[in-house]
Write a protein that binds this ligand. Sequence first.
Ligand SMILES: NC(=O)N[C@@H](CC(=O)O)C(=O)O
Length: 425
Amino acid sequence: MNSYLIRNVSVLGAAPTDLLIRDGVVAETGAGLAAPDATLVDAEGLVALPGLVDLHTHLREPGREDAETVKTGSRAAALGGYTAVCAMANTSPVADTAGVVEQVWRLGREAGLVDVQPIGAVTVGLAGERLAELGAMADSAARVRIFSDDGHCVADPRLMRRALEYVKAFDGIIAQHAEEPRLTEGAQMHEGEVSTRLGLTGWPAVAEEAIIARDVLLAEHVGSRLHVCHVSTAGSVEVLRHAKARGVRVTAEVTPHHLLLTDARAETYDPVFKVNPPLRTATDIAALRAALVDGVIDIIATDHAPHAVEDKECEWAYARPGMLGLETALSIALDVLGPRWDLIAERMSRTPARIAGLTEHGHDPAPGAPATLTLVDPAARRVIEPAELASRSRNTPYARMTLPGRIVATFLRGEATVLDGKAVK
Ligand SMILES: NC(=O)N[C@@H](CC(=O)O)C(=O)O
């Protein structure tokens, strides 16, 4: 194994120190360390964070390798400072059997840039009719603990109840895409002033809030763990606040784009801004940011949703929803939260690692901890050029925007996955 001596790095914003990485762990910290055999990394001005963990990534393999593969998505993740990603189940075939989740898990190991933890589907084929083989996926080599029909809501309350009951046996989680389908038929964007003006069918906030309200009550009734994907409205925050005050076992995520972009982007008619749930209003953004700070929202998750050119560069109504996220998430967090490193580590690494049960992740760089970390240059500013992204797709909503922060290096169990801002493989 390689050894690395990281010089003059600020661990989570503290005074600069050296970190010696050896045998997969942080072997030593302190000023003026010497290790002649180690590769030197000059980290003057850089901040070390525990490696980021994404609870919500679409890697598109198997089935849409033209949009992303486990390998290209892993590279995008490492370049974004991630050391683990949870791969969503809406692939083709759907990850609803032990065979498919094991395939994704194995492809992640082969790529070797981040830990890829598959998420299993809740229902067969995401069709919302019958429970998938949750137990077989949990017992497989992939050891699935999170199940989600993301892209679709588990709309049938009885099925949702059964799923929550089933996963309780192994402390599993149902991650819900909260969208009451009857309220979003034909929806193209957030229902509000802008949709009225543009004449596009609206996706009302209540379609999300009604499902979250129902599901926290079900989770409380059953005593199971619920995770709410991509929370997007101020009303959802209030429902979650209420549920958490009652002691319901619920966690929630917000995406970078829902923290930054409003539904006014639809005025461009550029489908890069079409996403599920849709971009909301400035009032929603303010509530989501406050909830992220006070902990009602537990984590930032990217909902990295790569799409091939023909699925995005078309009329708004025909475009698929979703946008890239892995390579820009830390920059958006820095923009939104400022250099509050402990909060960023909590919301993007420690808490998602804890929710997903990824015990090797989410540890601050300290002696004895796994050397699974990332180095950020907070002073850097970069212009996002879609063609320069490592993802196989180009649908970033931040094209040509200048964003703060740049990932300089990422380490997974002591091996560099990114050095000098470049993926090692
Ligand atoms: N978030 C998105 O806009 N898209 C997701 C699925 C989905 O939630 O529709 C995708 O898989 O592309």
